[in-house]
Every structure is written in structure tokens, then in C-alpha cells.
Ligand binder design. Structure first.
Ligand code: NAP
Length: 282
């Protein structure tokens, strides 16, 4: 059985990967309290004492808005932290997978494939792209986009945030003229299962199969969960980014390489989420 050491195993994405694939792989989670990736000596010591085949690097400073005012800590975790783990993993001759983001593309020239040129628009995006540069051609880069799942106590993804607002009868003002490409986290896990077994030092997009506007995404959520659509108002991208810079406008992300796992579009993903929520409620 392949042994996968990983950072970020308690996070939104990592915890579901471990849950869904734990029968197929031996996971070795390395939480911050055991290995702080910003501490190179600790990284070296921890990694020299464990054996693994692949290192899956998910840990990151993921607060996109917060990164604009906390650039130093964001770079320390996303750039220095990535270098610290990558250096030790490479010196052990082991495989490395870096999980990155569609935010490396600025959204001005869609669609974006694996070989499109990144032009990261904000601090978080720039830091993740710097991380990519450390790994490029020497390890695998897997870009994901707007990951969502049925449940996760610790952190709300965009889907559960929108749903929560509508359930609380709070108004949602959504952009009609921008695009996002939501990705069901279960699909990320099953796509990674293939990539663990078919590793190559190149870039992959594990991304939902259709881009959608945030407005249309919120309407689909309201429809699927019988929530009040009249709470959903409209705005434009230009208006929205006055208060929240750094959001790529047309994040239509695609893959020219994923012929191994069918990624769901948002409507299909919501149907699966609804089924899972029904099961949890019994
Ligand atoms: N969420 C998104 O919308 C999104 C979109 C595209 C790409 N991504 C990428 O996907 C990956 C996973 O994201 P996520 O949303 O699952 O993350 P998350 O839920 O925010 O969790 C972040 C993880 O990073 C770990 N971490 C932070 N600082 C650390 C440090 N100094 N040392 C060791 N571990 C540290 C945390 O570990 P502890 O819990 O032990 O503190 C936590 O498990 C990230 O690389 C992110 O950039 C996310």
C-alpha cells in the first residue's frame, strides 16, 4: 500500500481526501502541532524519522482577504513553508504533490488550462504561485478551484456560506457577470487517487467540469434546497471588487489532461451533496 505523508490533513480538503481514500492508502497526517512547516529544523527532524512514498502538501495560509494585510505570514507559510518541506522531501528522493489554486490566473483571458500562463492577482494568489515555482518540473502541481463538500464543522466553503445565508433569511448580493468553477471535494479525492498511482512531475487541474456565475450558483443552491430565491440580489463584478479586490473575473478553469476521473458540474455536485445530507440526517 502506498504511504502518503501529508500536511493540511485536518483542513477542508485534506480531511475529506483522507476520509474517502483511507482504505486505499496509508496516510501519515502531519498537523501543525507536530510539524510547523515554517520551522525548517522541525521539518527536517520530523521527515527524517518517517517513511513515505508520496508527500501531499495541502497546508497553506488560505485566507484570501486576510493575506492582503498579512503578507508576511502568508508568504512565510505558502512560500517558505513549501520550500522547507519540498527541500527535505526531494533530498529523500520522494515524490511531491503541491496543491495550488485557480487564483494563479487573473481571470482576464479565459479559459485557463494546465499550460496557460499564470498572472496571480493578489497576495494569496502570488504566494501560491511562488510555491508552484519551487515545485515546477520537479514535483506535481494540482490546481483546484472553489472546493465544496456536504459537511465540515471547522470551515465553511462558499456553498455552505451561501446556503447558510439563505437558511438564515439573509439577503445575498451575487455577481452576475463573473465566472467561478466550483469543484466537489469528493471528485478531487478520487482524481488524486489516480494521480497517486500515476505520478508525474507535471501540472494537473482537478476542477469541476463547468464554470458558472456566482449568481447562477446561488440560484442552483436555492432551487436544490428549497430556499427563498427572492433573497438573492444582483451586482456586477466592477461594483463588487470596489470592496473586495483580488477576485479573478472570469475564472473559467478547464483541464486538457484529466481523462481519468469525471468531475461533476455544480448542479451534479449539489445533487450528490443533497443525497449525502439525507444520509447524515438518518
Ligand atoms: N479552500 C479553497 O477555497 C481553496 C481553493 C483553491 C486551492 N486551495 C488550496 O487547497 C489547499 C487546502 O486548502 P483548505 O481550504 O483545505 O485549507 P484549510 O481548511 O484552510 O486548512 C489549512 C491547513 O493548513 C495547515 N497549516 C497552516 N499553517 C501551517 C503551518 N505553519 N504548519 C503546518 N500546517 C499548517 C492547517 O493545519 P492545522 O489545522 O494543524 O493548523 C490546516 O490543516 C491549500 O493549499 C489551498 O491553497 C484551497
Amino acid at each position: 500500500m502506498l504511504k502518503i505523508a501529508l500536511t493540511g490533513a485536518d483542513g477542508l480538503v485534506g480531511s475529506q481526501i483522507v476520509e474517502l481514500l483511507k482504505a486505499d492508502f496509508e496516510f501519515i497526517p502531519l498537523p501543525q502541532k507536530i510539524m510547523d512547516i515554517t520551522n525548517p529544523a522541525q521539518v527536517k527532524e520530523v521527515l527524517s524519522n518517517i517513511d513515505f512514498d508520496i508527500f501531499l502538501h495541502l497546508a497553506a495560509y488560505t485566507n484570501v482577504a486576510g493575506a492582503e494585510t498579512n503578507k508576511e505570514i502568508c508568504y512565510k507559510i505558502n512560500v517558505d513553508g513549501t520550500k522547507n518541506v519540498f527541500d527535505v522531501v526531494s533530498s529523500k528522493g520522494k515524490k511531491f504533490i503541491y496543491v495550488s489554486t485557480d487564483f494563479v490566473f487573473d481571470g482576464t483571458n479565459p479559459p485557463y488550462y494546465e499550460n496557460s500562463n499564470p498572472s496571480p492577482p493578489g497576495v494569496y494568489a502570488q504566494s501560491k504561485y511562488e510555491g508552484e515555482k519551487i515545485v515546477k518540473d520537479k514535483g506535481m502541481i494540482v490546481r483546484i478551484s472553489y472546493p465544496y463538500r456536504a459537511t465540515f464543522e471547522t470551515k465553511k466553503d462558499f456553498f455552505r456560506t451561501f446556503k447558510f445565508y439563505l437558511e438564515q433569511k439573509k439577503p445575498l448580493i451575487m455577481i452576475t457577470d463573473s465566472l467561478m468553477t466550483p469543484t466537489f471535494i469528493d471528485d478531487i479525492a478520487y482524481g488524486l487517487k489516480y494521480l497517486f498511482q500515476n505520478y508525474s512531475a507535471t501540472t494537473f487541474h482537478l476542477i469541476g467540469c463547468k464554470a458558472i456565475s456566482p449568481y447562477d450558483a446561488s440560484i442552483l443552491i436555492a432551487d436544490k434546497f428549497n430556499l427563498d430565491k427572492s433573497l438573492i440580489g444582483k451586482t456586477t463584478y466592477e461594483e463588487y471588487i470596489k470592496n473586495k479586490p483580488g477576485l479573478p473575473k472570469l475564472a473559467d478553469i478547464r483541464s486538457s489532461k484529466n481523462n481519468f476521473w469525471k468531475m461533476k458540474d455544480f448542479e451534479e455536485g449539489l445533487s450528490e451533496v443533497a443525497l449525502q445530507l439525507q444520509k447524515f440526517s438518518f
